[in-house]
Write a new protein. Structure first.
Length: 272
């Protein structure tokens, strides 16, 4: 495992231009009574094909960081670029998986996925072929017409993931999408997510509170401080892209990275 404090990039991604560039980002929220600094001088680059996990205590600005990259909220200071272009508003060329699946209760699995196509005006035949491919990829075959209330929590999140990937985004942002799942289902979703990442080549940035999830999924792990959120360290576990769950958790590289991450998060909670 290697650790850095800047935005160093793994060797396997060297030689390619960043797909996400964040430079000296600060985000403040101001009300009549007070000002809150959510993010302070954050710099981070993400190369195509990386799986970057962001871990930190509650309220440290992890979700805000994703929203700034997606153009859903503006930076107060600093520069954010996506695909080499400044982010000045909502970005249509990304996928975003939220904490809740937000499925339409009256639409079945396939129609919930195709909602993305309707909103984007995608070619119908291409969208339907892509939806069928994603349904097979995520193990939802046979449930195409099932309504959300007929699905488990894990299956609902798979549908939401398919919807986010329907338009084949080069970048997928994920804001704790598995946080509400039970432990076993979360493990299964982590295994699925690793496989989907490898098979699609999508660049993924995932926010999580879970130490095992951050290390199991991440090719790099960005560790943030309490608010105002700053990057305190970046970990590179050095694990192979293909990760079997049990053997990976027993791998000394996984153990070392998890212990370091716990130390950093523990230190971040310590009183000054």
């Amino acid at each position: 495992m290697t650790a850095t404090t800047g935005h160093d990039i793994p060797a396997r991604a060297a030689g390619t231009e960043p797909i996400i560039e964040i430079a000296h980002l600060t985000r403040r929220f101001t009300s009549r009574r007070s000002e809150t600094v959510a993010l302070d001088d954050v710099s981070l680059s993400v190369r195509p094909g990386e799986f970057v996990t962001i871990a930190g205590p509650s309220g440290c600005g992890k979700s805000t960081l994703l929203k700034v990259v997606a153009g859903l909220t503006r930076a107060t200071e600093g520069d954010v670029r996506l695909y080499g272009k400044p982010v000045t508003g909502p970005q249509r060329e990304i996928g975003f998986a939220f904490q809740r699946s937000a499925l339409l209760e009256w639409r079945g699995v396939r129609k919930n996925i195709l909602l993305q196509a309707e909103m984007r005006g995608m070619d119908r035949r291409r969208a339907e072929e892509r939806a069928d491919h994603l349904i097979a990829l995520t193990g939802l075959t046979g449930f195409e017409r099932a309504l959300p209330h007929e699905l488990s929590g894990g299956m609902q999140q798979r549908v939401a993931l398919c919807r986010a990937l329907l338009h084949e985004p080069r970048v997928l942002l994920m804001d704790e999408p598995f946080g509400a799942l039970d432990a076993l289902t979360r493990e299964q979703m982590n295994i699925e997510m690793n496989r989907i990442w490898r098979e699609t080549g999508t660049t993924v940035v995932l926010v999580t509170h879970s130490v095992p999830e951050a290390v199991y999924l991440g090719s790099r792990i960005v560790v943030m401080s309490p608010r105002p959120g700053r990057i305190v360290e970046t970990l590179e576990p050095g694990l192979p892209d293909r990760r079997e769950y049990g053997p990976t958790l027993a791998d000394p590289r996984f153990t070392a990275a998890a212990e370091r991450l716990r130390d950093l998060l523990g230190a971040s909670h310590a009183p000054e």
